[in-house]
Design a protein around this ligand. Structure first.
Ligand code: NAD
Length: 573
């Protein structure tokens, strides 16, 4: 979702861990916030590459992964490896002549078999106690942890992540497993709605059925794993479709689920063209829900297509749809520039700007403009662009040739609309490297201000005052992340209320959401308003039911067995 968290002060949930319920006055805006009454979830740890032993483990992993370049990975349908006559290569974006691995390409027949297998497996998995499903996720997290350096190394090669970014993605995948298991245990049992004499009403949930998971490549394990684990722990069976550029990582995740003991058919892995198998399965009558993360273009197509009812379809399809952003950071006239510049550079250029949460518009108040720009341009010059196998690299390649050409075109067009204020000069000749680029003199209506670029390009806009800055920030189709740097409590409160974004960050970077602490996701054209990494996210994968019984004596005999009484928990076969 977001990558490595920048160093931030402990969140309220951390400091409240283990304390009794308390209500903290959030008096400035009259709101209160509830502190959790039980221990909060404790996140998995990040690897600290400052230590020589961590560096050594990573170097060894990079060597070992390189030695197995070119390995072939199958589709997995109903617990069986499936090979087709087509193999898709997955390339190293730092050196596109290197093939990280090949995956078997699925066509319509394989998509059809996966849908059938997932439907069959649902009969059992949907009725498996949630505790068993939680334990599966915990075993997956343990394997991710055991293999984390290997998986990080694959991320360096397959999607061009710097070491810490790659490690952050594995950590987030582990967090999704552990957090959703934790949340499922909190929510798995039926809940008595009210105490009233003579009647019992229990609210509980059934799984939806078969979930199609369609993932992007930019958080190749975390986002894929997050959507898959949410679907599985709630009792759905899954067809997972990793993105083409990160297919090897998708295949490795499948391998990990198999090692963890996922039953045949419960998780099926299809590689191939989203526009072919993805589109086919979105419309399939055996697919009850789609969990999608990716571009606005594809997301809107899925949203529309899933809204049409087709012959044989049993349910209204539920779509979880997380899309792009055009995220802004506003710099107030009294902002602490030491903090502002470091966090803005990280938000804009971390993972080459290829995070949905990345800052792509910097809105600076006129009064402060010259000071901010001087510091920003000096800091940008310190970015090191190159092959992320080298631990000192901060900016690696963009994902593939299509992205490379598209971003180059946007930069060329930008040069005709705005002022090119900075462009890095030392970049490798080979590979899909785009130099970090900063435009000034950008106006709100320009393409640079309105279109998601998804690369290392930052547009700077000047605002007359805070009103103007807020208006510019909110003037896009998207509402994903936004940031604000200020030392004015009054302005901070205004921003909290007025910035239109799913995740608003004050005095810190606008990327790096942590599972459970920063439930993540946007609205408007950034998404359907659901939050990944939140307990409520699981509700998307469930159908709520209430069973009400008049419990005044009716002279029934004999007493129902506990097994029979538990039956209403499960969907019918
Ligand atoms: P993409 O939309 O090109 O592809 C995403 C997935 O959709 C891939 O698996 C692809 O194969 C599949 N797909 C393509 N066409 C399809 C079709 N017609 N039917 C069904 N599936 C289809 O996106 P991408 O390039 O992989 O990812 C980058 C985008 O994802 C950016 O816009 C980024 O902002 C967004 N993103 C959003 C979030 C979030 O949480 N909001 C997180 C990460 C990435």
């Amino acid at each position: 979702m977001n990558g490595v968290a920048a160093a931030v002060p402990a969140a309220p949930s951390d400091s409240a861990a283990g304390t009794a319920a308390a209500t903290v006055d959030f008096s400035r805006n009259g709101a209160t916030r509830e502190m959790p009454s039980v221990d909060t979830y404790k996140n998995a740890l990040l690897t600290n590459f400052v230590y020589p032993e961590s560096q050594e483990k990573m170097r060894t992993a990079l060597r070992e992964v390189r030695a197995r370049f070119g390995q072939k990975y199958p589709l997995v349908i109903d617990g069986r490896e499936v090979w087709t006559d087509k193999l898709l290569p997955s390339l190293n974006p730092s050196a596109p002549d290197q093939i990280v691995g090949f995956v078997a390409e699925a066509g319509i027949p394989e998509a059809e078999s996966a849908a059938k297998a997932a439907r069959r497996a649902f009969q059992t998995w949907g009725r498996t106690p949630f505790e068993e499903r939680c334990q599966l996720l915990e075993r997956v997290a343990a394997i991710l942890d055991r293999r984390r350096f290997e998986l990080s190394a694959v991320e360096v090669f397959e999607v061009g992540k710097a070491w810490a970014e790659a490690d952050g993605d594995i950590r987030e995948a582990m967090d999704f497993c552990l957090f959703y298991a934790y949340q499922m245990r909190l929510r798995g049992n039926p809940r008595l709605t009210q105490h009233v004499p003579g009647e019992e009403s229990y609210q509980h949930h059934w799984p939806r059925g078969v979930a199609l998971v369609i993932a992007p490549w930019n958080f190749p394990l975390a986002i894929l794993c997050g959507m898959v684990t949410a679907a599985l722990v709630t009792g759905n069976t899954v067809i997972m479709k990793p993105a083409e550029p990160s297919a090897v990582l998708g295949a490795l995740l499948m391998e990990i689920f198999e090692e963890a003991g996922v039953p045949p058919g419960v998780l099926n892995c299809l590689h191939g063209r989203g526009s072919v198998i993805g589109a086919y399965l979105v419309d399939h009558p055996d697919v009850e829900m789609i969990a999608f993360t990716g571009s606005r273009e594809v997301g809107l197509r899925i949203w529309e297509s899933a809204g049409k009812t087709r012959p044989g379809q049993r349910e209204l399809k539920r779509v979880v749809c997380e899309m792009g952003g055009k995220n802004a950071i506003i710099v107030d006239s009294d902002a602490d520039l030491d903090e502002t510049i470091v966090d803005t550079i990280y938000s804009a250029f971390g993972y080459q700007g290829q995070k949905c949460s990345a800052c792509s518009r910097l809105i600076v108040l006129e009064e402060n403009y010259e000071r901010v720009m001087q510091r920003l341009l000096a800091a940008a010059a310190s970015l090191r662009v190159g092959n992320p196998e080298d631990p000192g690299i901060t900016v690696g390649p963009v994902i593939d040739e299509t992205a490379y050409r598209r971003i180059q075109e946007i930069v060329e067009r930008g040069k005709t609309e705005a002022t090119l204020a900075f462009q890095a000069t030392h970049i490798p000749e080979k590979g899909y490297f785009i130099p970090p680029t900063i435009f000034t003199g950008v106006k709100p209506e320009m393409t640079l201000s309105q279109c998601e670029i998804f690369g290392p390009v930052l547009s700077v806009l000047k605002a007359r005052d805070l009103d103007d800055a807020i208006r510019i920030a909110n003037d896009t189709d998207y509402a994903l992340t936004a940031g604000f740097f200020s030392r004015s409590p009054a302005n901070i409160e205004r921003i909290k209320a007025e910035l239109v974004a799913g995740n608003v960050y004050v005095n810190r970077s606008c990327t790096g959401a942590v599972v459970g602490r920063h439930p993540f996701g946007g609205f408007k054209m950034s998404g359907g308003g659901t939050k990944a990494g939140d307990g409520d996210y699981l509700l998307n994968f469930l159908v709520p039911r209430v069973v009400t019984e008049n419990i005044m004596r009716h002279g029934f005999a004999p007493e129902a067995t506990p097994e029979y009484r538990a039956e209403f928990l499960w969907p019918p076969r």
